[in-house]
Design a protein around this ligand. Sequence first.
Ligand SMILES: NC(=O)c1ccc[n+]([C@@H]2O[C@H](COP(=O)([O-])OP(=O)(O)OC[C@H]3O[C@@H](n4cnc5c(N)ncnc54)[C@H](OP(=O)(O)O)[C@@H]3O)[C@@H](O)[C@H]2O)c1
Length: 257
Amino acid sequence: MPSDKTIILVTGANSGIGYETVIALSNASPSFHILLGSRSLEKGQQALKNMQETYSSSLKASISVLQIDVTDEKSIQAAKDEIETQFAKLDVLINNAGIIVYEPMDTLSALRQTFEANVFGQVIVTEAVEPLLKKSLKPYLIYVSSGQGSVTTRLDPNNEHRHIRGDPYRMSKSALNMLAACHRYNYAEWGCKVLAFNPGWCVSNLTGEKGREMRIKMGARDPKEPAKALADIVQGKRDDDIEKNGMVDVDGGVLPW
Ligand SMILES: NC(=O)c1ccc[n+]([C@@H]2O[C@H](COP(=O)([O-])OP(=O)(O)OC[C@H]3O[C@@H](n4cnc5c(N)ncnc54)[C@H](OP(=O)(O)O)[C@@H]3O)[C@@H](O)[C@H]2O)c1
């Protein structure tokens, strides 16, 4: 018998935007159960402990840690089996886990690593849990993408971030956007709302400790902002934007693909 709660899986939730999203979702409703996805069980448990110690009184929803490495098929299958056994359905999948390869390496290795985590992983996670999403009365499938993946703004002379390279990362997020577009089309018949989401430039661990410090100095956003926007999406407050043709943006509306 499927759980009465709204079951939400956030991948890569031991850090950054994913971590804050678990908190924002948990603040939003006691009817949610949030699966804090983490490739390291230890890091996931530590993250849960941290949020419970910091926000104990405001966390309304229940949260549990789920080991899931999006580049490891066995880990994905085990995670899917655990969700099925415990809840018999999944209502929301937030495909948030992602990387930027910032250490110097040859182009092919950088492309392979980036696409494994940011694209192939998202495809196989989604395919694995698709039967569980189909059991939800109101399923959402969210891909955390990036403005860096927008082909339209890449060549826009008014885009102040055009100088930023990171070609493998940009390419991976463009591919993720196409995946979201394909799934939006393919999954429409069973009522699944599918979107790619732009969280904006945030303070996180995406580019390591030095990158984190640089982001703080340069005025990057608090990851609580995209976390709040993601919680709004899950609560149906951005359904109009999801229908539009573009990436659902943290600040409202959509960005061009
Ligand atoms: N921060 C930004 O400015 C920004 C802007 C646009 C888009 N985004 C996107 O936002 C998402 C979250 O990134 P973030 O900024 O919050 O960075 P973050 O703090 O580094 O968080 C990334 C999360 O993904 C996890 N992860 C990486 N590879 C994984 C794998 N193979 N399996 C499972 N989990 C994995 C990381 O786990 P570990 O801790 O074990 O490494 C971490 O929990 C990413 O998709 C990123 O591309 C971020």
